[in-house]
Design a protein around this ligand. Structure first.
Ligand SMILES: Cc1cc2nc3c(=O)[nH]c(=O)nc-3n(C[C@H](O)[C@H](O)[C@H](O)COP(=O)(O)OP(=O)(O)OC[C@H]3O[C@@H](n4cnc5c(N)ncnc54)[C@H](O)[C@@H]3O)c2cc1C
Length: 477
């Protein structure tokens, strides 16, 4: 492990000058900063919290921390699910939430320039007001765009439009030594040497601090419709997914969910939208699909084809949500899955795995059977269109140590199986602190050594977000 120093009162004074006073210590730091949304991966308060407003402030702070070997944890809204924004060694936390301005739209090049602390929700709404769409749509709308980029967040619309990475055109980055660099440009293609901008996407704050982003936007589709498609069981639901894709219906979103999770979610939001039985037939699973198009006629055509196809594939019925209120209602239950599980569960962990889409059903069956063998309750949902599954391990009875032991056993087997069938250990939530061991097992030593080599080039003193992704710290991992 690299050598680090404690933050002294003298260093705090220097940091106050560097960040124009936006510096907090001790009891002035809110307890929320000790954890992200998955506290099972550990809690630790930073020694100092800094809320910079400008790139210059971030640069001055980084220079002090680098010169004094102080660990720095960049942070957005702290909604991550792998412990990536927890300051495992204390030190300085750089909270970017106050850098929250939408700076400029460039309508000719179809890009928008933003600060990293802008909330996804704020950009999405601002775009909609102008007839535009920022396509990435991860479930948590109150995450920051800097966090979205740093985890390459995916979300519902990735099946048609791709993940966050596909919308990052340029960025301003403060390196570990305080130097400010620009990566990328306002261009739609490039073959200009190694793609440093793509190294930053998904780097989880381990390579640099993003202080500005230029993001691609597109014209909003003119017509949108969602379908709730009930099936008797999950296998039939999942086996319909490749058929939808083969028919080139090009859904904007294509999610699967099981009956149990819908019941939890509807209990949580206090409203029922999904049918539980139809014509005496019990419903075991659903697909929730959204299509978009350039006009009503085009869309009606697609919906007609989709209805025919899914009914032939074994769907019990198709419920059409064709107004914005109905679409919102259809997605309300889906958007609350995690909070619904949290509200009913004492101990929780999550496997965010991605597998080839033709292996989803087989993998989920295995996940459930092995969960039962390990004495864990399993709840699952996911992005059926891209094979990204969220498999939750839940317990209300076990002691925390025993729960962790069983989850570790479960993860070892599950991630190994995912790798064997051609999958990877994270589809969209990242590695952070929670998935380091499984990353190593999935990718092997050579890839991890290459990653660590890249880390050392960007951050020779290893001060940026230590103990995450490819740089383990003994005793805290
Ligand atoms: C209810 C719920 C639903 C979710 N649904 C999805 C989903 O559908 N898809 C999905 O992909 N994720 C989802 N997530 C996970 C989470 O919202 C995303 O990982 C999100 O991108 C994190 O953004 P954040 O601002 O909260 O970042 P944080 O949690 O604060 O940080 C995440 C990582 O980014 C780094 N970071 C943050 N800002 C910067 C910066 N400016 N420069 C450098 N590094 C930085 C941090 O160091 C950390 O490593 C969900 C989470 C919740 C709670």
């Amino acid at each position: 492990m690299a050598q680090y120093n404690q933050v002294t009162p003298e260093i705090i004074e220097q940091l106050k000058v560097a960040a124009n006073g936006h510096v907090y210590v001790g009891e002035d730091i809110n307890e929320d900063y000790m954890r992200d949304e998955m506290p099972i991966y550990g809690k630790k308060m930073p020694d100092v919290l800094i809320q910079p407003l400008t790139t210059e402030e971030v640069s001055a702070v980084m220079k002090i921390c680098n010169d004094n070997l102080i660990p720095v944890t960049p942070r957005g809204a702290g909604t991550g699910l792998v412990g990536a924004s927890v300051a495992v060694l204390g030190g300085v936390m750089l909270d970017t939430q106050k850098m929250n301005k939408i700076l400029e739209y460039d309508y000719e090049n179809m890009v928008v320039r933003v600060q990293p602390g802008v909330l996804l929700n704020d950009l999405a709404e601002d775009c909609v007001r102008q007839g535009l769409l920022y396509p990435p749509d991860p479930g948590e709308k109150f995450a920051c765009l800097g966090g979205n980029v740093s985890t390459n967040a995916g979300g519902m619309r990735a099946v048609k439009y791709g993940a966050t990475r596909d919308y990052v055109r340029a960025m301003k980055v403060v390196l570990a030594n305080g130097e400010v660099v620009d990566f990328g440009a306002q261009v739609s293609k490039t073959s200009t040497g190694y793609s440093l901008i793509n190294l930053m996407v998904g780097a989880e704050g381990t390579l640099g601090v993003i202080t500005e982003l230029t993001l691609k936007i597109i014209p909003a589709p003119k017509a949108v419709v969602s379908l709730i498609i009930p099936f008797e069981d999950l296998e039939t639901a999942i086996s319909t997914v490749p058929k939808i894709k083969m028919a080139q219906l090009d859904p904007q979103a294509l999610e699967f969910m099981e009956r149990e999770i819908i019941l939890s979610s509807e209990r949580f939001i206090g409203r029922e939208t999904f049918p539980k039985s139809l014509d005496g037939q019990e419903i075991g699973a659903y697909l929730l699909v959204t299509f978009d198009g350039k006009d009503e006629e085009e869309l009606n055509n697609v919906v007609e084809q989709a209805c025919e196809l899914v009914l032939e594939a074994g769907a019990i019925d198709v419920l059409v949500a064709d107004t914005s209120t109905k679409i919102k209602d259809a997605w309300a239950a889906r958007s609350s899955f995690l909070e619904a599980i949290e509200s009913e569960t004492k101990l929780l962990d999550e496997c965010d795995v991605v597998v080839p889409i033709n292996k989803i059903a087989e993998f989920l069956t295995f996940a459930k059977e092995f969960g039962a063998e390990c004495g864990l309750e399993i709840k699952s949902f996911g992005h059926a269109g891209d094979g990204n599954l969220h498999i939750y391990q839940c317990s209300n009875d076990l002691e925390e140590e025993e729960f962790k032991r069983r989850v570790d056993k479960y993860f070892n087997v599950l991630y190994k199986r995912a790798t064997e069938i051609g999958g990877l250990v994270s589809g969209e939530h990242g590695i952070g602190r929670g998935k380091m061991k499984y990353l190593r097992e999935c990718l092997g030593e050579t890839s991890i050594n290459l990653m660590f080599g890249i880390k050392k080039v960007f951050d020779p003193n290893l001060i940026l977000n230590p103990g995450k992704v490819c740089y383990p710290i003994e005793g805290v991992d």
